[in-house]
Design a protein around this ligand. Structure first.
Ligand SMILES: NC(=O)NCCC[C@H](N)C(=O)O
Length: 401
């Protein structure tokens, strides 16, 4: 089981079917939970099922993260530790209340725990467990949750990245997404599915490194986005690990994109779709910078500016590359389709991508450039600001020829 590219035929992938967490979204705290709009759950689930169906047609094994967690929570010790770690990151201010919630969850079956820690718990829930008599229980607060919902849970890409036979658990930039990675961590550490995949760096990664910023371009080359979510500190720590301490790549190419909500990760504006083809949102062309990181002679990572993106990619991949601009030649269309994740396609195989059908101009352009585009409807899913790449965590791809 390994991932040595971002385009090899997709064999196994981890996803999350959106659940009731989307019904806990409300306008007052949308920004805090990193959403811009409120999706309609039933339709979002139907769309997600279509997304999964297309992957099945491609011969991909699709695994739901909640199923993995249900399995690992059968062990009572693991269950307690998972619940306790989740609650450490909660808004529950009173220790007794926290203990009551832990005991309540320990009495529930693994499915309830796996799903409801994603859905979240409202503050009013405490009344079912104990007299709300502590200051923390009764305090007036505009935020109605003891445990926030995790509405971005269906963007499994961001939660972990398989590189070769190792997996890196992301260190999320925002508090509101931090609990998501506990699902990945517990699956990786306790589920037999991961018996051949080792975790990388464990808890040694500084905050600010999310999967949407990483592209395993080849066995030798890792591309990392320096973005709103991924910091230079985290990139430096990861490069030291991957280039010097436990060398896995010959080179890391950093692509710095504008730090902006609409482009929160590299894969919202730039993506690899074939051996030599990339799709990119043209609106960031003039504000994108590249840096090449390699192992220096002194046991330190050496960074140099890598210049023009096309040249940098060609040099790193040792072949000429074709950067295909999304949205046609019209800046308004390009910006509209970027907002709807036109570049956020998932490679099912080299030159074959899964994409939202709404990005008609980009999809037509990709086809003209020889890419096979498989479409699905994602009008509700897109409201969370992510496409098929964001919604998938590949754990096995066929090696490239
Ligand atoms: N790789 C991605 O670009 N993921 C999309 C994440 C969307 C989520 N609502 C967020 O803002 O973090």
């Amino acid at each position: 089981m390994a991932v040595n590219s971002d385009i090899g035929k997709l064999k196994k992938v981890i996803v999350h079917r959106p659940g009731q967490e989307l019904e806990y979204l409300a306008p007052l705290y949308l920004e805090e939970l990193l959403f811009d709009e409120i999706p309609w759950l039933e339709r979002a689930q139907e769309e997600h099922d279509l997304f999964v169906k297309e992957m099945h047609k491609n011969g991909t094994q699709v695994i739901y993260i909640t199923d993995l967690i249900k399995d690992v929570l059968m062990d009572e010790t693991v269950k307690r530790s998972f619940i306790e770690e989740q609650l450490k990151l909660s808004h529950i201010g009173n220790q007794l209340t926290k203990e009551k919630v832990i005991e309540h969850l320990m009495e529930q079956n693994p499915e309830y725990v796996a799903k409801n820690l994603i859905r979240g718990f409202k503050r009013g829930f405490v009344k079912e467990l104990k007299e709300p008599d502590s200051l923390a229980d009764i305090i007036e607060s505009p935020f109605p949750f003891y445990l926030s919902p995790l509405p971005s849970m269906y963007f499994t890409r961001d939660q972990g990245i398989t590189m070769g036979d190792k997996i890196l658990i992301s260190s999320m930039n925002n508090d509101s997404r931090r609990r998501e990675t506990l699902y990945t961590k517990y699956a990786v550490n306790h589920h037999p599915l991961f018996s051949n995949i080792e975790p990388l760096m464990e808890d040694r990664l500084p905050a600010g490194l999310e999967g949407g910023d990483l592209i395993v371009a080849s066995e030798d080359l890792l591309i990392i986005g320096l973005s709103e979510r991924t910091t230079e500190q985290a990139i430096e720590a990861l490069s030291k690990e991957l280039l010097i301490d436990n060398p896995r790549f010959k080179e890391i190419l950093v692509i710095q994109i504008p730090s902006k909500r609409a482009y929160m990760h590299l894969d919202t504006v730039f993506n690899m779709i074939d051996y030599d083809k990339f799709v990119m949102y043209p609106g960031i062309k003039d504000n994108t910078y590249t840096y090449r990181l390699t192992a220096g002679k002194d046991g330190q990572v050496k960074a140099v500016k890598a210049g023009d993106l096309n040249e940098a990619l060609s040099t790193s991949l040792k072949r000429p590359v074709n950067i295909i601009y999304s949205g046609g030649n019209d800046p308004i269309t390009a910006a509209r389709e970027q907002w709807s994740d036109s570049t956020n396609t998932l490679a099912l195989a080299p030159g074959k991508v899964l994409a939202y059908n709404r990005n008609t101009v980009t999809n037509a352009k990709l086809r003209r450039e020889g890419i096979e585009v498989v479409e699905f409807e994602g009008s509700e899913l897109v409201r969370g600001r992510g496409g098929s790449r964001c919604m998938s965590m590949p754990i096995e791809r066929e090696p490239l020829k």
